[in-house]
Design a protein around this ligand. Structure first.
Ligand code: PGA
Length: 248
């Protein structure tokens, strides 16, 4: 049952090509850990390739975004949740900080994306997190609380959220154990209050997770997994992170 395991998810971002993907996935396809639910968010053009190469493995494939538009039609350049599902994907990242920064994605659009993912049975993983300036101003829970408000009125029994402080993404700077524990406790409390006491929650930490710090991060209370960028592009590092997933 995936909702009681630790989720170890890779986010390739705009990296890869057919040859590199094949080599990486070939090296990863035999990885297994019963305590882990393992996923990789691949670029759109490679979803089918990745799904094919991971058949009969423990790893599921997802995308890094989906369109806010639900129906097919005249939306040049867009990729619908239905198309992503049709490629064999199982989940979609929603509202990664790079999408919020470069594409100005905010709650109104993000909610449409979440609804579209759920409508075709893709698991949305909502990404939240504050910038350095916001943390320095003591606004981190206010900012994340506002980002979580996108979940209001959503009628689902399960929800996955990735907490990625923007200042820790791709910087090598990891949030401290206290900062991670405090924010994850806030996430659980806030999500239960928005969605009701019966919702099952997975909260993932993301931001410079690597083979050396994964064990410590994954042992923090209420950290239900990790979202891994740079280190998920290397088979050895990503396998080592997966090996650290624990039974809760
Ligand atoms: P990073 O990226 O592990 O390279 O910091 C994490 C993410 O943006 O998902």
């Amino acid at each position: 049952m995936i909702w009681h395991k630790q989720w170890i998810f890779g986010n390739w971002k705009m990296n890869g090509n057919q040859a590199e993907n094949a080599a990486l996935l070939q090296a990863l396809r035999s990885v297994s850990n019963n305590n882990a639910h393992i996923g990789i968010a691949a670029p759109f053009p490679y979803l089918s390739q990745a799904v094919d190469l991971l058949k009969n493995s423990q790893i599921v494939i997802g995308s890094q975004d989906c369109s806010q538009f639900a129906e097919k039609g005249a939306y040049t350049g867009e990729v619908s949740a239905t198309m992503i599902k049709d490629c064999g994907a199982k989940f979609v990242l929603i509202g990664h900080s790079e999408r919020r920064t470069y594409f100005n994605e905010q709650n109104q659009i993000l909610r449409k994306k979440i609804d579209n993912a759920l409508a075709c049975d893709l698991i949305p993983i909502l990404c939240v997190g504050e910038t350095l300036a916001q943390r320095q101003a003591g606004q981190e829970t206010a900012v994340v609380g506002e980002q979580l408000a996108v979940l209001q009125g959503l009628s689902v029994n399960h929800i996955a959220v990735a907490y990625e402080p923007v200042w820790a993404i791709g910087t090598g700077e990891v949030a401290t154990g206290e900062q991670i524990a405090a924010m994850h406790a806030f996430l659980h409390k806030e999500i239960l209050s928005i969605m009701g006491e019966n919702v099952t929650i997975r909260t993932l930490y993301g931001g410079s997770v690597n083979a050396n710090n994964a064990a410590e991060i994954l042992s923090i209370d209420k950290v239900n997994g990790a979202l891994v960028g740079g280190a998920s592009l290397k088979a050895e590092a990503f396998s080592a992170i997966i090996a650290n997933a624990q039974t809760e």
